[in-house]
Design a protein around this ligand. Structure first.
Ligand code: PLP
Length: 302
């Protein structure tokens, strides 16, 4: 991975190589942390962080859901992120805030361990292969069931949740796919390991509802709005795996993956990037860079 000069840790800008935690940090042992993933883009108007405030608000929500007492306000963490981006000079890439239970006591009870915050950033290009944005990716449906609200809350971007995603991802890669889609305990489609899903059938776009166990993705929300602006009927409804197989087009959204077409599911071919996917992908590329008037407020300048 490409590195930058500093990492923000509890109010201090620490040298990248010296940004360390104790080996008995609670989050390292018990998954007691929440994270965000945010993208920064270089534009003619300066650096744009897409929906920075919304991402930090979701970080605060994620913290609340797992009883992490966040000591910083949303505004303070927005400012801290901008300070870090100014200090490192990162032009384009990814920002990773993490709120975690630090060093104190050992044992499952996290309540006596301090809540700490770090914000890191680094250059990060395509999440899948460079050609994925056009050719699409091959995915499978995982045998790992998606976590649910009665086990680990999918609405919180808790690091522990990512073991569920990692299990599905590992198996998909070992089986020769590029990513995996997970079903919930009722058998309905939820999302991919770090992306929300959209199926296009007969011109109608459908994405699984949040109640399926899908994360409230900020790109998902943006893609729904953008697609409706473009005149498409967008439904939030349950999908079965067979609906995926029979889609005319299928795509995924996420901060890391942006808009990624899916060209096959379990080797049922859907095809390379379709026209509706291409249109939404193109518009989203402008939206995230602050080039669409209606969504200028989402573009937060460093
Ligand atoms: C499990 C999961 N679903 C969906 C997403 C997409 O969310 P967003 O569009 O906010 O990046 C992510 C992003 O990291 C994720 O981890």
């Amino acid at each position: 991975m490409q590195t930058v000069s500093k990492i923000w840790m509890d109010g201090e800008l620490v040298d990248w190589d010296k940004a360390q935690v104790h080996v008995l940090t609670h989050a390292l042992h018990y998954g007691t942390a929440v994270l965000e993933g945010i993208r920064v883009y270089s534009t003619d108007q300066g650096r744009v962080v897409f929906r920075l405030t919304d991402h930090i608000k979701r970080l605060a929500d994620s913290s609340k859901l797992i009883a992490l007492d966040l000591k910083y306000s949303v505004d303070e963490l927005v400012e801290a992120t901008k300070t870090l981006l100014r200090e490192t000079g990162l032009e384009e890439g990814y920002v990773r805030p993490l709120v975690y239970r630090g060093f104190g006591e050992m044992g499952v009870n996290p309540l006596n361990n301090p809540t700490q915050v770090l914000i890191a950033c680094w250059p990060w290009g395509a999440y899948h292969s460079p050609e994925a944005a056009e050719k699409g990716i091959r995915v499978c449906v995982s045998s790992w069931e998606r976590i649910n609200d009665n086990s680990l809350p999918p609405a919180s971007k808790t690091t522990a949740n990512y073991m569920n995603s990692a299990l599905a991802k590992i198996d998909s890669l070992r089986a020769g796919f590029e990513d995996a889609i997970m079903l919930n305990n009722q058998g309905f489609v939820t999302e991919a390991t770090a992306m929300n899903l959209f199926s296009v059938k007969d011109g109608v776009i459908t994405t699984p509802p949040l109640s399926s166990g899908a994360l409230r993705g900020l790109r998902r929300d943006a893609a729904i709005k953008v697609a409706r602006d473009l005149g498409y009927d967008v439904k939030e409804e349950n999908l079965r795996r067979t609906d995926l197989y029979l889609s005319d087009e299928l795509f995924a959204t996420g901060t890391a993956a942006e808009v990624t077409p899916i060209r096959s599911v379990d080797d049922r071919v859907i095809g390379p990037r379709g026209p509706i996917t291409a249109q939404i992908q193109g518009t989203m590329s402008d939206v995230v860079r602050g080039r669409v008037d209606k969504y200028k407020d989402w573009a937060e300048y460093v």
